[in-house]
Ligand binder design. Structure first.
Ligand code: FES
Length: 177
């Protein structure tokens, strides 16, 4: 008769352990799903996702500036957003890796700056800012040259890291948006 309470206690411990084990099996993937995006956000996943495909390098005209569309996909926690942008790309020749990428946003007040092939200059239509063929400031109100953007060659494609910069200041300061 004395072993009945022991058996009950043993069964109670087994039941508790079983419930704990099953709870762990169920909750582990749920917790991973919930905190996964937050952990990724804490790392540099956001920065990596700012790289966007600007197309096959071979298809980009050589020796001139070309405006290339990019699609920036950002994962912010559980929210995924997509933004369309354009970047100025210069590929020197098919043989060389002479690639330059510039933001088209004027550092004066943010107007999009077109390339004037005849003058071999970037000319801002808003207030007459003029930039050289390397994006350096030549004249007008812009306080600095056009902002260069980082890029990577991945396979045959050019990937560009989009960044926004503070406008109206001489220093190149990245703005988090
Ligand atoms: Fe380009 Fe003012 S916005 S010169």
């Amino acid at each position: 008769m004395a072993d009945i309470p022991d058996r009950r206690r043993f069964l109670s411990i087994c039941t508790t352990a079983l419930i704990a084990g099953m709870s762990g099996l169920i909750l582990t993937p749920v917790v991973a799903f919930v905190i996964g995006p937050l952990r990724r956000k804490a790392g540099n996943a956001a920065a990596e996702s700012d790289f966007a495909d600007a197309g096959v390098i071979e298809s980009i005209p050589k020796g001139t500036w070309t405006l290339r569309p990019i699609e920036i996909v950002r994962q912010d926690g559980w929210v995924k957003t997509s933004q369309s942008r354009s970047v100025w790309v210069f590929v020197k020749s098919a043989e060389s890796n002479g690639i330059k990428v510039l933001s088209p946003i004027c550092p004066h007040l943010g107007c999009p700056v077109p390339w004037d092939a005849a003058a071999s200059q970037f000319r801002c239509p808003c207030h007459g800012g003029v930039f050289g063929p390397d994006g350096a400031r030549i004249s007008g109100p812009p306080p600095r040259g056009l902002d260069p953007l980082e890029y990577e060659v991945r396979g045959k494609n050019l990937w560009v890291r989009w960044q926004d910069f503070e406008i109206g200041v001489a220093q190149r300061i990245v703005v988090q948006v």
